[in-house]
Design a protein. Structure first.
Length: 267
């Protein structure tokens, strides 16, 4: 398997992976989306809420605030022996206490753990008028996207086939394909009087060029075993962390299957 990183920043990672089959790449995609754990607010104790926002709506908004996650510092609630799901091994407390008039933002949440805090400070939570107050204590736990979307670390996680564009020699360079391609994949080389491929990675394989070509000399296909994969996260984890955790989870699952099969064959 070969991996070529095309673009990388704090929240986004685009890479080309070659030499894998579609079931593998799809398993990685699904695990990235719903099985890599992140932190999110799960329970909220509202002590005072004078704002116009219902307690339930406020609690739901708090749940959707992405939290910077250190997956190694905590264990999932399901694996913790504590009684009330709120010990330091499985939970982090975040406190909010504000007085109006003001707009209360995610940045106003005070966390009891230095590594777990809102990724963005500017997410509006509620508006307080003169004299109104809000006071609450929220508890964040590790969870998986398969339980609730608030625990999904990815906002985009998708792959597409790597395109294979071929142009026959008998092409007369009528330029129709160049004009009609919606993603500027093709260009016309005046000197050589031929159609050239300038950005095959941008091809969505819509095959407009094939339909427009009267000579039927341009062909677009998917390259076997080669994909362009894109991961974008909400900031709770870096895309590399998501990918690494997904690979670990898949390898753990595979080992379980192998062990199960070996155990079965002994009998
Ligand atoms: Zn616990």
């Amino acid at each position: 398997m070969e991996i070529d990183i095309k673009e990388k920043n704090d929240n986004q990672l685009t890479f080309i992976v070659d030499g894998v089959d579609i079931s593998f790449i799809n398993a990685i995609r699904r695990i990235c989306t719903v099985e890599v754990p992140t932190m999110a607010i799960e329970t909220v104790s509202i002590i005072r809420n004078d704002s116009a926002l219902f307690d339930e709506v406020l609690a739901q908004r708090l749940g959707l605030v992405p939290l910077e996650t250190d997956t190694e510092a905590f264990i999932p609630v399901s694996e913790c022996d504590c009684e009330n799901n709120n010990c330091p091994l499985c939970s982090v407390s975040l406190v909010l206490k504000e007085k109006g008039p003001k707009v209360v933002y995610s940045g106003d949440l005070t966390s009891t753990h230095e590594a777990i805090k809102p990724v963005y400070d500017t997410i509006p939570l509620l508006k307080l008028k003169e004299g109104e107050e809000v006071e609450l204590e929220a508890t964040a736990n590790l969870g998986k996207g398969v339980e609730h979307a608030k625990w999904q670390p990815t906002t985009t996680c998708a792959y597409k086939y790597y395109s294979l564009i071929t142009i026959d020699e008998k092409c007369e360079a009528c330029k129709k394909c160049v004009d009609e391609c919606p993603r500027n994949v093709l260009d016309y080389d005046e000197k050589a009087n031929e159609i050239i491929i300038i950005d095959s990675e941008n091809c969505s394989m819509c095959k407009t060029c094939m339909r427009e070509c009267e000579q039927n000399v341009i062909h677009v296909d998917a390259q076997e075993g080669k994909f362009i994969f894109k991961i974008e996260t909400d900031g709770s984890l870096s895309p590399e962390d998501v990918l690494r955790d997904a690979c670990d989870i898949l390898s753990e699952k595979s080992e379980k299957i192998v062990a199960f099969c070996k155990g079965g064959s002994k009998k």
